[in-house]
Design a protein. Sequence first.
Length: 215
Amino acid sequence: MTAAPRPDPLDPLPAYGDRRRLRVGLLGGSFNPAHDGHRFISLEALRRLALDEVWWLVSPQNPLKPAAGMAPLAERAGGARACAAHPRLRVTTLETRFGTRYTADTLAVLRRRFPNVTFVWLMGADNLHQISRWRAWSSIFRNHPVAVFDRAPYSYRALASKAARRFARHRLPLRKAPVLAGSEAPAWVFLPIRRHPASATAIRAGRHGAGSTPA
């Protein structure tokens, strides 16, 4: 019999038997690296969606992204913890602990492990634009409220995407964002927040440029 994974003191999720009825936003990604844009979205989610916490799900390896250039998981998680720096933002590597690879599978495990927690999936407009490429993507909408954050230059294309069209009648008006977490799925809202300029791609490019040798 395989032993249950030991709690990780650096991965401070509530105990599985915790009976508090929390409203938790889930922000998944490679966090390669984490930056102020992630923190900005998370704080906006806490405020606009009336959430208790936001958990950052640091992926061991996004199936849609190349492994080349991906920093080690421990390095990305450590950077995320330093960036989050807020008592209601939790950074976790639970996909490694659960042995899951795809978001739909991770969310299914979370629903079983935390039956009293209401999870809201958080994502940028860029992910709404391409979420139909994800494995079992429609189950994310059918099982969880979803909040989509404006992100240039993807927003117009995202709102015309396959996912947006399929679940168009379940989109809530912006004024109902505070009750999204209490809404029965499928339910989603688009949040036209101030756009944050931070970009992990740009940060990585800057690091490489700073480390290069002048010709």
